[in-house]
Design a protein around this ligand. Sequence first.
Ligand SMILES: C[S@@+](CC[C@H](N)C(=O)[O-])C[C@H]1O[C@@H](n2cnc3c(N)ncnc32)[C@H](O)[C@@H]1O
Length: 210
Amino acid sequence: MPFNHNDHYHPLLLRQVPTGCRRALDVGCGTGRFARRLAARGVEVDALDPAREVIEAARSAPPAPGSGTVRFEQVDITRAELPARHYDFISCLASLHHVPFDTVTKLRAALAPGGVLAVLGCYREEWPMDAPFSLLAVPVNAVMRLATAATERVTGQPKSPQETVVAPVARPSTTLREIRDSASRLLPGSTVRRLLFWRYLLVFREAATR
Ligand SMILES: C[S@@+](CC[C@H](N)C(=O)[O-])C[C@H]1O[C@@H](n2cnc3c(N)ncnc32)[C@H](O)[C@@H]1O
């Protein structure tokens, strides 16, 4: 598999999972790699994606090694009925830009008290403010791709059936500036941090009592 920007940030996202997390929702789960990592930590995960092919691939993967389970559902988040105040952790990895940003309001309502929403997001680059970051990312990205290719050649691991299925992608239409504005309005107290590989990390923690 080539160097994958979303998978690269899995450890960062896992660090946002609150202590004692029991129930999680992964929105736009693709073939389920992150959902399975959550389940490996003993979490019960609902993983949603509207794309039939990726959900079928996700369901066909071997179960996560930990004590948690993943329930994959073919659902569009904008149409999904989410239980109120239910999830300790909600993640969106490279999927929020597929839907209107204010979908975060719906996700917030599904957070249990003290729950965390973590968005690994994509943004539309603006010239010239984003240019220095992109220029820095290009050579680092090239090195990471070469390192990934070399590792694969050495280990010689064949692709699993899930890895041959490509999740749908979309071009982001919202700039980082607009995302920061919307986040401060819809998710007061949230943080939005720029990450190197054309991504940002938004973290919102719901109050422990509401
Ligand atoms: C770039 S892929 C990322 C997949 C996965 N999160 C990952 O990190 O590999 C974006 C995913 O968002 C999903 N998606 C698109 N529209 C969606 C919607 N309305 N509700 C939920 N997921 C959606 C796509 O089907 C796709 O699997």
